[in-house]
Ligand binder design. Structure first.
Ligand code: AMP
Ligand code: GLY
Length: 424
């Protein structure tokens, strides 16, 4: 089988390595992939958002049997619709369903209409009204740009002035472009966060093993928000009781709601949850695999990924086996110094021989003269799997020490909180 994977980060590297375990897979193309993915797939220099280019490539090859569309942008742009239109079965939602991530207003209104627990909110497309609302809104408050904003469109404002400034930045100065034309202002919730990725074919929903992201740049959850500096799985806050409540009140109702709206969701539906004193609530939906969550979740998947994905596409997910290992995984992201603000590129990366059950997923690197060099903020993720979370964390950090490039940095406390919870 010839498979095409759209995207080029650590998540896509993890997906590609897992797909390659299937003996029927003979060729994987990554569009665009990256310098590290090139070891596991043929990289084709076509951007993930170049939908016409992707279509033309598939038509020119004429032998693509299956496609996986991983990032949010091409999903929102209808990459799946386009590829299905030329007869290529795909993993991923069509544009109509991808709106669950690409419009926060849509997602919030869906949850309100169908009684799915989430933070209280108001939506605004008029800046004056938003500013007026903030005169009396409870503080802290959370301001969200409606559209996709590279994970940066969420501002937690501790004061009324900060909240108003955030609204002006989004709606007047257009800091996130058209994504900020409409905004959501919502209640500030507290509690531990859990990421749950799920497979769904629109009828059945199968949650994957839970995980915990570490979004801030620095140890102790300090510093700027990033795409994610590391993950662990499973997440100890996600107990069996919480899982059962989520299935009943969030997962199944979401799948049904999307069907009711004529937007059947097929693919990976990601639930960003907060476990509040009033029970689990949805912080965000993503219409795709999370990154770096995927880098801990897929290494623990024991069933065949391609078989599951094809079952999702063909709406027979209920028939296939989806089993996760009882082990734990830890992924530490190694980033370029300065990330998520400005950073230098082109640093030579050396990777020592990894020990234990370890994968190095390359996110932001290119091959130049046969050398792997940094080309992005998050450069790579080091995932180790072991019997216990503590061992997985230790092993991952031992392997991280074997990685060098100039100005490399990483958080030293990935999984620390999870370990404390496990022990308490
Ligand atoms: P998002 O981009 O929607 O994942 O939001 C980024 C982060 O902002 C989340 O992971 C939360 O830590 C935080 N956040 C978002 N919404 C809320 C909320 N209503 N209350 C508290 N924290 C929030
Ligand atoms: N790690 C969070 C995300 O993928 O959106």
């Amino acid at each position: 089988m010839n498979i095409m994977v759209i995207g080029g980060g650590g998540r896509e590297h993890a997906i590609i390595k897992k797909l390659a375990e299937n003996k029927d897979v003979t060729k994987i193309y990554a569009l665009p992939g990256n310098g590290g993915i090139a070891a596991d797939a043929e990289c084709v220099d076509i951007k993930a958002t170049d939908i016409d280019g992707i279509k033309a490539f598939a038509q020119e090859k004429g032998n693509i049997d299956y496609a996986v569309v991983a990032p949010d942008d091409p999903l929102a742009m209808g990459c799946v619709d386009t590829l299905e239109g030329i007869g290529i079965p795909c993993f991923g939602p069509n544009a109509k369903a991808a709106i669950i991530e690409s419009s926060k207003v849509f997602a919030k209104d869906l949850m309100k209409k169908y009684g799915i627990p989430t933070a209280q909110y108001e939506t605004f497309d008029d800046m004056a009204k938003a500013l007026e609302y903030l005169e009396t809104a409870p503080i802290p408050t959370v301001i969200k740009a409606d559209g996709l904003a590279l994970g940066k469109g969420v501002i937690i404002a501790e004061t009324r002035d900060d909240a108003k400034a955030a609204v002006r930045r989004m709606m007047e100065e257009k800091a996130f472009g058209e994504s900020g034309t409409r905004i959501v202002i919502e209640e500030f919730l507290t509690g531990p966060e859990v990421s749950v990725l799920s497979f769904t074919d629109g009828q059945t929903i199968v949650p994957m093993i839970s995980s915990q992201d570490h979004k801030r740049a620095l140890d102790g959850d300090q510093g700027l928000n990033t795409g994610g500096m590391g993950t662990v799985a499973p997440n100890p806050y996600y107990t069996e009781a919480v899982a059962a409540e989520c299935m009943e009140k969030i997962f199944l109702p979401t799948v049904r709601a999307m069907n009711e709206e004529g937007r059947t969701f097929k693919g990976c539906l990601y639930f960003g949850l907060m476990i509040t004193a009033d029970g689990p609530k949805v912080i965000e939906y993503n219409c795709r695999f999370g990154d770096p969550e995927t880098q801990v979740v897929l290494p623990l998947l024991q069933s065949d990924l391609l078989t599951i994905m094809q079952a999702v596409t063909e709406q027979r997910l209920a028939e296939v086996d989806v089993t996760f290992s009882e082990e734990s995984a830890c992924c530490v992201v190694v980033a370029s110094g300065g990330y998520p603000a400005s950073y230098e590129k082109g640093k030579v990366i050396t990777i020592g021989e990894p020990e234990g059950k370890t994968d190095i997923f390359i996110a932001g690197a290119k091959l130049e003269d046969g050398q792997l060099k940094t080309s992005g903020g998050r450069v790579l993720g080091v995932t180790s799997v072991a019997d216990t979370l503590e061992e997985a964390i230790q092993l991952s950090y031992r392997n991280v020490e074997k990685i060098t490039f100039e100005k490399a940095y990483y958080r030293k406390d990935i999984g620390r909180r999870a370990l404390e919870v496990e022990r308490s």
